[in-house]
Design a protein around this ligand. Structure first.
Ligand SMILES: Nc1ncnc2c1ncn2[C@@H]1O[C@H](COP(=O)(O)OP(=O)(O)OP(=O)(O)O)[C@@H](O)[C@H]1O
Ligand SMILES: N[C@@H](CCO)C(=O)O
Length: 312
């Protein structure tokens, strides 16, 4: 369920009058999504997605909305925001910060082909390059410090062997900081449910609300861990290779990145193992999220620890 805040056509029409996008024709709640309320909005001029932010505040939105605007201006396939007559991308609606973005065609894919992985890899590299000229910045709210603090909160809920594995891995990761690797704007959550495909053609990246400044290689590792993950948590070599090769064809990796890659894949697995453990064991009262399976990323981590072939 993802319509937490109800918007009626009567409430939307005066708000839509802020924009030059025609009159309201249809309004339909979107079932998918977890964090925010989303509606499809059809006007006499086009189709849009209305998002009402359930957690972010109005003054936190410019980074994310200016970023998607910037990326779309640079030819990256993203859902760009629509500006109102006062040149704002967001304003209050039904008591929540709200924005309109262009509606992308297509749907997300649950079992991507190597060809689809390659398209996402190439687009991610283009996004990293385009991010170079984006003037705003955002620290990563879910970086290594967050992993350690959050892990400490979930150890009591874990089987001793699993907690020992997490401690051991965090200890190793904390002794590597990679300050010398290329940094920039990263999506930080480019899972398959955050990319839409129109048939075989990539339509765009969505959901930039974890985007921040961090290591570009870390973003690649986050995406590869999900796009190449099989149902049993193992990694499909063909998909991983297709993703990485297409990425490198657009943004070649530096030698230092190639050397850091095995540990970066493990860092990316840690990030989502820990967040899923936290959501499972310590859901905040009233938090609008449901827990995904943490074991999938524990399994990914275990496989990376044993792996000798990293597709580079
Ligand atoms: N620009 C867009 N064009 C077409 N469909 C979109 C667009 N943005 C979102 N959607 C649809 O809305 C659904 C929910 O969006 P999204 O995943 O961003 O939800 P959320 O609740 O904001 O984020 P999350 O699921 O990460 O918590 C998507 O799965 C997709 O079907
Ligand atoms: N993509 C995340 C959820 C949103 O951050 C996960 O699968 O755990």
């Amino acid at each position: 369920m993802s319509v937490y805040t109800t918007v009626t056509p009567e409430a939307l029409e005066p708000w839509l009058a802020r924009y030059d996008i025609g009159r309201l024709v249809a309004l339909k709640g979107i079932a998918a999504g977890v964090t925010n309320t989303n509606y499809f909005v059809t006007t006499t001029q086009g189709r849009y997605v209305l998002t009402l932010f359930e957690a972010l505040q109005l003054d936190e939105l410019p980074f994310y909305l200016n970023l998607t605007h910037h990326l779309s201006r640079h030819g990256v396939a993203v859902a760009g925001p629509v500006a109102d007559r006062t040149d704002q991308f967001a304003s209050m609606l039904a008591g929540k910060p709200a924005c309109l973005v262009h509606c992308l065609p297509g749907t997300d894919v649950s079992a991507p082909t190597p060809a689809q992985c390659a398209q996402v890899g190439a687009m991610l590299a283009s996004m990293h390059i385009a991010g170079d000229t984006f003037p705003m910045s955002m620290p990563n709210p879910r970086g290594p410090h967050w992993w350690s603090v959050t892990a400490a909160a979930v150890y009591p809920f874990m089987a001793p062997a699993d907690a020992a594995l997490l401690r051991d891995e965090l200890h190793l990761q904390n002794s590597h900081r990679y300050a010398y690797l290329p940094r920039g704007i990263i999506h930080a959550d480019l899972f398959r449910d955050n990319v839409l495909f129109d048939g075989e053609q990539i339509s765009g990246f969505i959901d930039f609300y974890y985007a921040c400044n961090d290591l570009l290689l870390y973003d690649l590792a986050i995406a590869v861990n999900d796009w190449a993950m099989l149902a049993d948590g193992d990694i499909d070599n063909e998909r991983a290779r297709a993703f990485i090769d297409a990425y490198r064809a657009v943004r070649p990796l530096q030698q230092a990145e190639i050397e850091a890659w095995p540990l970066m894949l493990r860092a990316a697995a840690i990030r989502f193992w820990v967040s899923r453990l936290y959501d499972l064991h310590l859901p905040a009262a009233g938090e609008l999220t449901y827990a995904k399976d943490p074991a999938a990323f524990q399994h990914v981590l275990e496989r990376h620890r044993q792996r000798t072939d990293f597709w580079l």
